[in-house]
Design a protein around this ligand. Structure first.
Ligand SMILES: [Zn+2]
Ligand SMILES: [Zn+2]
Ligand SMILES: [Zn+2]
Length: 77
């Protein structure tokens, strides 16, 4: 089922942490209300047969061996 990915980059060369906008990762599950494969006319049992809410977000915290974009723009490299 669909979930959000929360990306938070840590830049090791300046120590700044930058949170990216949440990314929606869609699924291809017929039994997920948010999926593109879920029929619009799923029927009255939709609440029982299908996922009605998204999964807990996936946390993605990569460590990037560089300075952050702000520091890069400020000329600190
Ligand atoms: Zn889904
Ligand atoms: Zn449904
Ligand atoms: Zn920085």
């Amino acid at each position: 089922m669909c979930r959000y990915r929360q990306v938070q980059n840590t830049y090791s060369r300046c120590g700044h942490i930058i949170r990216e906008p949440d990314e929606l990762i869609p699924c291809a599950d017929r039994f997920c209300k948010f999926s593109a494969y879920h029929p619009a006319d799923c029927g009255p049992n939709c609440a029982k047969t299908c996922w009605q809410y998204r999964q807990f977000p996936e946390q993605y915290h990569p460590l990037i061996n560089n300075v952050c974009p702000n520091c890069y723009r400020a000329g600190l490299r």
